[in-house]
Write a protein that binds this ligand. Structure first.
Ligand SMILES: *Cc1c(COP(=O)(O)O)cnc(C)c1O
Length: 505
């Protein structure tokens, strides 16, 4: 028996609320988010600042939100839109009729991570004879490869990148290939630094060894071809490169579609076949899934379709031009500041910088930029690479570029004046002595309280500065994480986010 007095709680109200009330609640919650428009957010959101595009995508999403991608025979509209998106991605990436990769096929997935998991799955399942399959990736490869390896129980062989070029040595990639290797991967470009790996050499080495080669173009696959058409010296990275067997490109990044759409392309159908999962050995409907999800909303796919149809090739070219100019302007601003240096000369749509010897504390600088309305992404130091600040640049940034330079100068001055954050004695002692296995709930709670994380205002608040579950300034958290080795970082992140993810009864 359900106790009716306990039905109401959280999102569930006793008798429902008026539609306007429900929507007003969403809007009120959204007001606390970082701004998704306005060109001052350099991560998570890709904004072309094209008038009317949001409304178009939302309308298309609404048309297809309840359509289920589970069964393409019941909903041919979705199959048609998916095939059109795959064809478009194939064309942008050097495949299709009249190219050296005429037989390219693909699937629409929910995002880059799913595309990469499926690329690894297809490679793994093409070799059922291998009991301990492995993949080779550069250290700069997206973390989603590690996730894929973890989920699929495939070993991950990581090849270091040069601290100067931020790229792997193709010879080292080739040397890492073993008899159990099912996939070699590289990025075009890498997310962290925006540099394009030596795809041609890596793909040639993979082909020589008879191994698949995946190019992760999730981030830049939709911009590099346009930047090349605008005259940028973009190296070959797509299906024009012999040996490249699959490519991923996220439409919810630089194709400017709303979230939930990526494309995984294979050079031919035989390469794609082991990606599918089919099951007929149960009493329900026979299941044939090209991707991880079974029930899938048509909403994101329709929104992506409408976005591509509306912007068109010349639209993307114009957006790439605006983005390129914004990148140049931001990079010039960084070059103009004493104490900062670019991690790499921008060759795509990322500006990534670090501090020089005696420069400002980057984590404090990130907070100072946030205080000035610029939302950048701190990257922790890793394997000989210094901590850095990442800016994903989209077309919406172009009109803001002139304001960035003076604010950056100002923020650097403020960060210098403030000096680096120091971990309070007990935090430093804890962090120094900790191993992931030694973390107890009490230690985590103590660390979180010291950092101002996950605090419920009532719970023994002792004058800490938090109003909500996250501190206004993140430098202390970032400094602690930066001081910890990756395995401890991972555990701390899991524990901290676990503290945030609690039911709001
Ligand atoms: C964003 C990104 C991914 C992961 O994509 P999600 O859509 O966040 O799952 C993978 N690789 C690269 C290079 C990316 O930039």
């Amino acid at each position: 028996m359900i106790d009716e007095s306990r039905v109401e709680g959280g999102a569930l109200s006793r008798d429902g609320v008026a539609a306007e009330v429900a929507l007003a609640e969403v809007r009120a919650l959204r007001a606390g988010d970082r701004p998704t428009h306005g060109g001052r957010l350099f991560a998570y959101v890709y904004d072309p600042a094209v008038p009317g595009l949001d409304d178009l995508a939302a309308a298309a999403h609404r048309e297809s939100a309840h359509v289920n991608g589970l069964d393409p025979t019941a909903f041919p509209s979705l199959l048609a839109m998916e095939n059109a998106l795959v064809a478009a991605a194939g064309r942008v990436l050097g495949g299709g009729p009249g190219t050296t990769a005429p037989d390219v096929v693909g699937s629409v997935t929910s995002g880059g991570t799913e595309s990469l998991i499926l690329a690894v799955k297809a490679a793994r399942d093409a070799h059922p004879e291998l009991t301990a399959p492995r993949i080779v990736v550069p250290a700069s490869a997206h973390a989603a490869f590690a996730k894929a390896a973890h989920y699929l129980r495939v070993a991950l062989d990581v090849v270091p990148v040069s601290p100067d070029t931020l790229r792997p040595d193709p010879a080292a990639m080739a040397a890492a290939i073993r008899p159990e290797t099912v996939l070699v991967a590289c990025s075009a470009p890498s997310y962290a630094h925006g540099v394009v790996d030596p795809v041609a050499e890596i793909a040639a080495a993979a082909a020589d060894a008879g191994v698949r080669c995946h190019v992760d173009a999730c981030f830049g696959g939709w911009t590099l071809p346009y930047l090349r058409r605008l005259g940028a010296p973009v190296p070959a990275f797509d299906f024009a490169v012999p040996g490249v067997t699959s490519i991923s490109v996220d439409l919810h990044k630089y194709a400017y579609a709303p979230k939930g759409v990526s494309v995984l392309l294979h050079r031919d159908a035989a390469l794609r076949a082991p990606q599918y999962f089919a099951y007929a050995d149960w009493p329900g409907y026979t299941m044939i899934n090209p991707v991880i999800a079974s029930t899938r909303s048509g909403g994101p796919i329709a929104a992506a379709y409408a976005t591509l149809r509306h912007l068109g090739d010349s639209g993307y070219l114009a957006l790439a031009e605006r983005t390129r100019d914004a990148v140049a302007g931001l990079a010039a601003a960084v070059r103009g500041v004493d104490g900062l240096r670019l991690m790499a000369e921008p060759e795509s749509t990322v500006v990534c910088f670090t501090a020089t010897e005696g420069g400002p504390d980057l984590f404090v600088l990130v907070d100072e930029l946030t205080a000035r309305g610029w939302h950048t992404q701190p990257q922790l130091s890793y394997a000989g690479l210094p901590a850095s600040v990442h800016l994903t640049v989209t077309a919406a940034v172009a009109p803001r570029v002139a304001e960035f330079g003076p604010d950056l100068v100002d923020a650097v001055a403020a960060a210098r004046a403030a000096g680096p954050v120091r971990l309070p004695g007990e935090l430093a002692a804890l962090a120094g002595a900790l191993t992931p296995d030694a973390l107890t709930p009490e230690l985590v709670a103590g660390l979180a309280a010291g950092l101002g994380l996950g605090a419920e205002p009532a719970a023994g608040e002792d004058g800490g500065s938090t109003a909500g579950p996250l501190p206004e300034r993140m430098a202390l958290v970032n400094t602690l994480l930066d001081a910890a080795p990756p395995a401890l970082r991972e555990r701390l992140l899991v524990e901290f986010v676990g503290l945030l993810q609690r039911p709001s009864w």
